[in-house]
Design a protein around this ligand. Structure first.
Ligand SMILES: NC(=O)c1ccc[n+]([C@@H]2O[C@H](COP(=O)([O-])OP(=O)(O)OC[C@H]3O[C@@H](n4cnc5c(N)ncnc54)[C@H](O)[C@@H]3O)[C@@H](O)[C@H]2O)c1
Length: 266
């Protein structure tokens, strides 16, 4: 769906991929209600736009785990929403499953899974009333193959992938285009924004890492949304992991363990 003149609600707009995507949409002529739990991040997203585009970005502080706040935000919007992008997300501490405390586990699932779910449940009825509409959910390479030390993050992202696939199936013959976005490795402040320090890599390989920039990722995602694509592999790393997983899932898991096991720091 072409986003020029369209109204978009975008979570995670205060940093990284969400911020860069908000900028793309504003540059493309869309109007973005940018939601994030960090108001300073939202202010920065707006400030970083050229002055003539700043009115195209409306910051809305929102915790996506707060279902009532989502409904209040939705009911307070003075225009119908054409597109919902669920991009807000956090990672977990890089520890083995047994070492993850209950609070961290619940926090990750509440933001990534229930946050996405609450947003969709609040906005889907309105989207279905538009002549054309789009729902975009951001999963991860971890929706496809596991990253050691991110069991719960991966499970939350795999759940998003399956939910998105099901919604795609359920709304195939409707006005609603459903898009699943799968980033691999994109340089953002997700660790810091998740309240973590990244561990030193003590084992695993030392190969140069193919990490995309948030702007490049956003360009790919924006083009895919406008082209009405169903599934977006955002960068080189996720393309490689997907190819390997399709060929041999067990080999893919073992490769992930070898390449990323060092993130566990032991
Ligand atoms: N960066 C990567 O390599 C990568 C890889 C795969 C998937 N992803 C996914 O892409 C999405 C964006 O990640 P990013 O790398 O740009 O991270 P980021 O930290 O730069 O941006 C995420 C934003 O979500 C916001 N957020 C966190 N909890 C929230 C809440 N409860 N309510 C509202 N907003 C909240 C944060 O404040 C932050 O501004 C996430 O869903 C992430 O899982 C990122």
């Amino acid at each position: 769906m072409k986003l020029s003149g369209k109204t978009v609600v975008l979570t995670g707009a205060g940093s990284g991929i969400g911020r860069a995507l908000a900028h793309q949409i504003a540059r493309g002529g869309g109007r973005v209600f940018g939601c994030d739990i960090r108001s300073e991040g939202l202010d920065e997203t707006r400030e970083l736009l050229p002055p003539e585009l700043r009115n195209s970005f409306v910051p809305r502080m929102l915790d996506v785990t707060d279902r009532e706040a989502i409904v209040t935000l939705r009911d307070g919007l003075d225009e119908p929403v054409d597109c919902l992008v669920n991009c807000a997300g956090i990672i977990q501490p890089f520890v083995r499953f047994a070492d993850l405390d209950d609070d961290a586990m619940e926090r990750v699932f509440n933001v990534n899974w229930f946050g996405t779910l609450h947003m969709i449940r609040a906005f889907l009825p309105g989207l279905l009333e538009r002549s054309e509409a789009q729902l975009v959910n951001v999963g991860s390479m971890s929706s496809i193959a596991p990253l050691p030390g991110q069991a719960i993050y991966g499970a939350s992202k795999a759940a998003i992938k399956l939910l998105t696939e099901t919604l795609y199936a359920e709304y195939l013959a409707s006005n609603l285009q459903v898009t699943l976005v799968l980033p691999g490795a994109v340089a953002t402040n997700i660790s810091q924004n998740s309240g973590l320090k990244m561990p030193e890599r003590k084992t695993g390989d030392n190969r140069p890492r193919d990490v995309a920039g948030a702007e490049d990722a956003a360009r790919t995602i924006f083009a895919a949304i406008e082209a009405g694509e169903y599934r977006v592999l955002v960068d080189k790393m996720v393309i490689e992991v997907e190819a390997l997983y399709r060929r041999d899932p067990q080999a893919a898991i073992e490769t992930m363990a070898r390449n990323f096991g060092g993130l566990l720091g032991d």
